[in-house]
Each structure stands twice: as C-alpha cells, then as structure tokens.
Design a binder for this molecule. Sequence first.
Ligand code: F6P
Length: 198
Amino acid sequence: PRSIWLSRHGESEFNLSGQIGGDANISDRGELYARALPDLVTSSVGDDRQLTIWTSTLKRTIQTARFLHASPKGYDKLEWKALDELDSGVCDGLTYQEIADQYPEDFKARDDDKHNYRYRGGESYRDVVIRLEPIIMELERSENIIIVTHQAVLRCIYAYYMNVPQEKSPWMEVPLHTLIKLTPRAYSTEEQRFKANI
Ligand code: F6P
C-alpha cells in the first residue's frame, strides 16, 4: 500500500532561542538529525523503493533533507512555497513572551481561537489549510512522498489524514526528530513513528 512520510525539520537556531517563524539554520543537534535521516527513512521504508522528497523553501527543511537527497539512493527533491511555515506576520522572529508583551490582545485572541486567529500581516491555521489544498491533491495522486516541513503545516496535513478536526489540530504536538509514516487504509490511516537516536 502507498504511504506518506512526514517529518519536521531538524532543530533550528530559532527553536533553541524560542523565536517563531524566520529562516534560521538548523542547530548542531538538527544537523545530527539531518545525518540520521537517510538510515531512519531506509529502515521505515522496508524495501528499496525510491521516495521523492518535498521540502518548503526555507533553509531549515532544505538543510534537513540534504543528506537524504545526496544519499546513495539520491532521492529527487522538490521545494514548495506552499509548505513554508505559517506566516506569523509582524510577530515573525519574536518569542511567545515578546508577543504577549507587545501584542497582549493578539496573544489572547490566538489562545481563544487558534484555528481562526490570523497574525497581523500573516496567516491563520485556516489560511494554511487552504493553501495546502494543492499539496493534498498532488499527494493523493503521487506515491512514495516524504515531506520535510514545519510544525504548523504538519499539524494540518496530519489532521487531514488522521481525521482530526482542523479546529483541534493547532494544539497537537508534533515532536522534533521523529519520522511519521502514514498508510491510508479503507476506513482509517495506520500510523508508525520512528524516533531518531540522536
Ligand atoms: O516554534 C516552532 C514553530 O514551527 C514556529 O516557527 C511556528 O510559528 C510555531 O512552531 C507554530 O506553532 P504554534 O502555532 O503553536 O505557535
């Protein structure tokens, strides 16, 4: 059966400083994940099939996928703007504490309705779900895709396949350094997780 592989990028410098958004490089630990990814993927695939890598256009996903792309298997790679992280507008590059201090009303509004809250000059989860429609359509007619993208984007894709209401998905935890393999079946989607040993 066809499966879809999902991963967040390896830990980034912004993950370490608690800043959101941005276009930071991956950290040393993130680099370890990037190096571990080819073996992790091979062990989860179970045969020698070729996968195609989809990343966002941001450095942290491209850096994370680069060993997979350059591995002996040499998986093809495609960069999608539609896979970029939720745009946090004027809050891009801030920490949650800074957002709470500088935009207290926004901070509360987001907490009250995270799915619909749109950052000033940025996006809501609802917006992300809509911009992911072409990705989902392409996924439905493709086979053997591994997607390396961002937490908010993964929440939306994961919710689609796992039948989680999109209003709930903004609160789901998507762990770093973990490969998720989804296999859609007739009535439900089977899920396996592979945690990198780093
Ligand atoms: O902290 C990592 C991150 O991917 C940020 O770049 C992004 O803004 C955030 O998670 C999304 O999570 P939440 O919607 O819970 O703020």
